[in-house]
Design a protein around this ligand. Structure first.
Ligand code: SAH
Length: 271
């Protein structure tokens, strides 16, 4: 059996394995998974998978992108009928799994490969689940939960706070992992709110938040290229907004979205 000691971890795949068993046990507790179906993303060495099984999960689908680890996981859990190992890239995976078989998942768990934190979160909005437990970079979580006016308030805060209800459960120090990441981590519990953000609105939001310290007026003008407008057209849109003098990073999520939607509509008419 492969152990962490003779396995050369891939940085590109964000392989930092959780070696502190008590943290994995608490994650399984937060997941509240007795009798539930669980999807685990990036199962790695199967350490968290084991704790989820011990916590009474009814069935576990464990996804792992690294072929070497997927193979080892199959060996490790060969006797375990409740665990299905899927060698796949979660970001490319069809929501229903292989062959698109649609089945509702009760829980999602992941010690997230940090390099895919953002796309993984967006992908989660496509899944139907009741509760997810995720271990992410602490700094990333701070951006997710940051309030308007805070330096860390960003597009990620608006989208996370619109699509998810979030609860920070605990901080995890680098030495809980091997190899040790350079940064601390945080475990959060996530529920879906059921709200979605339309594609066009998301595009405007991304654009204006790349100039978040500016006024909305200036942010729209600076986003002309991204909004497919001529500079003059962008100025016209910017000047027509009654909120034009407010700073982007002070807008509550709902207002940030409403204003982005409005900008999107105006751009559609002009462009
Ligand atoms: N759950 C394990 C591993 C965490 S490291 C633990 O707690 O120790 C993150 C894992 O995600 C690695 O095993 C890595 O190979 C895997 N991974 C990285 N990108 C992935 C992707 N796109 N889809 C599925 N798994 C991925």
């Amino acid at each position: 059996m492969l152990t962490i000691d003779d396995f050369k971890p891939s940085k590109k795949l964000g392989q930092n394995f959780l070696v502190d068993e008590s943290v994995a046990e608490r994650e399984a507790e937060y997941l509240d998974c007795n009798g539930k179906s669980v999807l685990e993303i990036g199962a790695g060495t199967g350490n968290l998978t084991e704790k989820i099984l011990e916590a009474g999960a009814r069935e576990i689908t464990a996804i792992e992108k690294d072929a070497r680890l997927a193979r080892e996981l199959r060996v490790k859990f060969v006797e375990e009928k409740k665990i299905e190992i899927e060698h796949a890239d979660f970001l490319e995976r069809e929501v229903g799994g292989e062959a698109g078989k649609a089945k509702k998942i009760d829980r999602i768990a992941s010690n997230v490969p940090y390099c895919i934190s953002s796309p993984l979160l967006f992908k989660l909005t496509e899944y139907d689940f009741d509760l997810a437990v995720l271990c992410l970079q602490k700094e990333f979580v701070e951006h997710m939960v940051a309030k308007p006016g805070n330096k860390k308030y960003s597009r990620l805060s608006v989208t996370s706070q619109t699509c998810f209800e979030m609860e920070v459960m605990e901080l995890v120090p680098p030495y809980a992992f091997r190899p040790q990441p350079k940064v601390s981590s945080a475990i959060i519990r996530v529920k879906k709110t059921g709200k979605e953000i339309e594609k066009e609105t998301a595009k405007v939001l991304t654009n204006i938040f790349s100039h978040k310290k500016n006024t909305i007026r200036k942010a729209v003008i600076s986003s002309a290229v991204g909004l497919n407008l001529e500079k003059k057209q962008a100025m016209e849109v910017a000047d027509s907004l009654e909120e034009k003098n407010e700073r982007v990073f002070t807008l509550e999520p709902e207002r940030a979205l409403a204003i982005s939607r409005k900008i999107g509509e105006k751009c559609g008419k002009i462009g």
